[in-house]
Each structure stands twice: as C-alpha cells, then as structure tokens.
Design a protein around this ligand. Structure first.
Ligand SMILES: O=C(O)CCC(=O)C(=O)O
Ligand SMILES: [Fe+2]
Length: 301
C-alpha cells in the first residue's frame, strides 16, 4: 500500500497491509467472535448508512466552522489554519461536550445500527459508554501506538472499542493503524494489564516505539485501510493501535470517533456514563485533544 506515512517517514511497502474485511461474517456471530479473538480486531465496511454519517460530519464541522477553524463548505473538512475557539466558544470543555453530544452524531454512535452490530460482535446485548472520543485530526498529527487496556477496563473485561470513520479517511489522511498479531504480544500486554487501575493515580500511558521499528523488530505488519463513511473497526483492549500521519495534500481534517461498547450485563464504570461523565482524569470532555483549538498541539493520547 502506497502513501502511508508514520512519524514523517514513508512506511516500506512490505511492512503495511490491509485490515482484513469481515463483512462476509455479518449474521454469523460465532464466526465474528472467533475472528475477533484470533486477530484482535474486525473490519466491517459500511456499517452505518452513508447519509447518516455525512449528516453527523456536517453537524460537527459546522460547529468548528463557527469558531473559525473550518472553511466553507464546512462538510468538506478543510482547515483554515486558524482558530477563534478560545475567544468565542466560552468554556472549552463545555463547548467540546456539546459538539460530542450533537444529535446527528449521537444518532450514529448511540443509535440502533451500531448497537446491533456490536451486540452481534460481543455475542451479547451491548451498550455504548456515554463518553465518546471525537477526533478531528489536522495535517501533521497522528495518535501514537498504545493499548486501550488500562483506561476502560474497570468494571468489565469485555469492553471493545468501535472506531468509526466519519467521512472518507484514505491512508493519506491518517486513519487507524492496527499492529498485526499484537493481541498476542504477551510481553507487552502483561505490563499493560498489570497497571493498578484502582489506584488514585492516573495510569501510565504505554506509548511504544515507532510503528516502523516495532513492525521490523517483531517481523509483523501495520494494518490499515482506505476508510469510507460508516466503515467500522472493532478491537479489544489488548490490541496495539494508533494512526498513520495525516498528510492530506488538501489540508483535510481526518474525522473519526471511537466509542466503547460493553455487554449490558457488565458493571458500568461511572467515569464514562451519565449526563456528565468525568472521563479518565476527572475533567470530563475538557481533557480530550478535541477540546483544544485545532491550532494547538495534542496531549500524547
Ligand atoms: O483515532 C485515533 O486517533 C485514535 C483511536 C484510538 O486510539 C482508539 O480508537 O482507541
Ligand atoms: Fe486507543
């Protein structure tokens, strides 16, 4: 696969491949579950109706256009390179919460379609956490490799992440990257799962090597895809992932969101549920990268 860049470097072609599609396993819950366990992820195309996704995308980008960050027509998602968010949006956490709770976005993330797919994948009735991660990612940015484990594991060991493309996210725009076979890297998973997540301290973030050197040293590959609106990747808490760099030549923002689903029967971690979820550090939506003006650098996660 060409045009994949990580940490500013092109990924050698023998180190990168396509996420394996599992759309043919829809309606076969046993097989979906088996593949998820084996590969650590599932890739399902077109899970959400394209129009619903594009309506959510337009809703989000219009809010960002209103604070000077996105050019018109806003649904295209082109960055202006500037921001009036600090001057005009009021409290940044409250602004971001309101964007993350937009009705068109919630229809996609918390509506019946995704929930039904996740129930099939988890093999049990499933519920999404209320707290979600909405990620508008400008050119030059990427999310470093990590396991989701320490953050969402309290209360349920069957939590899975649903990563949803809110528009076209070709490999040039910094889509999700999954490390092939990383759900079997016990030497990395054991320290991550040993984090005492009941302690008051916020757990350490496990950011690993560069994706290229990791793939080389482990003899494995980076997996990604040219995502289209409504395409879904599902992965467990012990699958190593991040994103490619966004190097869109048009200055297009990558827009995706990730939501955690868990079986209905499992305990709900208060941090991520309710009308005012506190999130991992207690600050709520204000702690997220998305809460910062697009002109400002990110935290490491
Ligand atoms: O989309 C991203 O930038 C990161 C996604 C991620 O880490 C997740 O979905 O858990
Ligand atoms: Fe993650």
């Amino acid at each position: 696969m060409k045009n994949c860049i990580t940490q500013g470097l092109p990924v050698p072609e023998d180190l990168i491949g396509n996420l394996q599609e599992s759309s043919d396993l829809k309606g076969k819950p046993g097989e979906l579950k088996r593949r998820l366990k084996e590969d650590g992820y599932l890739f399902l195309r077109g899970v959400i109706d394209r129009d619903e996704v594009l309506t959510a995308r337009a809703e989000i980008f219009e809010r960002l256009a209103n604070v000077g960050e996105i050019k018109q027509p806003s649904w295209e998602g082109f960055f202006t390179g500037r921001s009036d968010r600090k001057e005009t949006a009021g409290d940044l956490g409250a602004f971001w919460k309101s964007v993350c709770e937009g009705p068109a976005l919630r229809q996609v993330t918390h509506g019946p379609h995704l929930r039904a797919v996740m129930a099939e994948v988890l093999g049990d009735p499933a519920r999404p956490q209320d707290y979600l991660f909405l990620r508008p990612s400008p050119v030059g940015r990427a999310t470093p490799l990590h396991y989701d484990y320490p953050f969402f594991a309290r209360g349920s060991d069957r939590i899975h992440t649903a990563w949803l493309a809110l528009g076209d996210v070709p490999v040039t725009d910094g889509p999700l990257l999954v490390i092939e076979g990383s759900n079997h890297f016990t030497d990395l998973i054991e320290p991550a799962t040993a984090v005492d997540y009941d302690s008051k301290d916020s757990p350490a973030v496990s950011v690993m090597d560069s994706p290229i050197s990791l793939a080389q040293s482990r003899g494995t590959r980076l997996l990604t895809a040219n995502f289209e609106p409504g395409d879904l990747a599902v992965f467990g808490m012990t699958t190593l992932h991040g994103t490619l760099d966004n190097h869109s030549s048009f200055g297009r923002i990558r827009l995706s969101c990730d939501i955690r689903f868990q079986p209905m029967a499992d305990e709900m971690d208060k941090r991520y549920f309710g009308p005012n979820p506190k999130g991992s550090t207690g600050i709520g939506y204000g702690e997220l990268n998305g809460a910062k003006p697009l002109t400002e650098p990110w935290h490491t996660r």
